[in-house]
Write a protein that binds this ligand. Structure first.
Ligand code: NI
Length: 183
């Protein structure tokens, strides 16, 4: 396995439509190695999702996952999806903070559907379909956007929250926590 270089905003690979992967190729050594390397890269960068274009591969493949450290928090199971598609998206929209390994040090509030139904092929090439809500649904939407050349900045409706990580921590997170304490 290997930790891969992550493409950054401005590289054309992040702005093109990634191509479908023939299902019979999923179990091939090169794609299995790519999946393992993407998971290792995501973990090393402390990311919670990674799309193949972010490692310079214009393919419809995403990995996501977050270890369940705190049962109070919404955990995301380790998920590998080839050729993922939404079969349903809730009309309810929720705002939430996002960042992206391809846009380092930047955070912003992005509206997303509160719940989605997704299908695709798993790491073994088997058809899977599942429902996701909350943070899991948000990360799926963020990663699947990468497959169509869309970045989270494109989805922001108000740039007032666009912030460097340090300022995000100093002025937005603390403020939100204080507001919560006051309630
Ligand atoms: Ni991203």
């Amino acid at each position: 396995m290997a930790i891969l270089k992550v493409s950054r905003m401005g590289h054309p690979v992040l702005r093109q439509r990634a191509r479908d992967i023939p299902p019979e190729e999923i179990t091939s050594p090169p794609l299995q190695r790519l999946v393992a390397d993407m998971v290792e890269t995501m973990v090393d960068y402390e990311g919670i999702g990674l799309a193949a274009p972010q490692v310079y591969q214009p393919l419809r493949l995403i990995v996501l996952g977050m270890p369940d450290v705190d049962p109070e928090e919404e955990a995301i199971p380790l998920t590998v999806l080839f050729n993922p598609e939404f079969t349903a998206m809730s009309d309810e929209r929720v705002d939430g903070w996002e960042g992206c390994l391809s846009i380092p040090e930047i955070r912003g509030v992005v509206p997303r559907s509160a719940a989605v139904d997704v299908n695709g092929l798993n790491g073994e090439g088997q058809q899977v379909e599942f429902a996701a809500e909350g943070f899991f649904a948000r990360v799926l939407q963020h990663e699947m956007d990468h497959l169509d050349g869309v970045l989270f900045l494109d989805r922001m409706e108000d740039f007032e929250t666009l912030a460097y990580f340090e300022e995000y921590q100093r002025y937005w997170i603390e403020e939100e926590e204080e507001e919560e304490e006051e309630e």
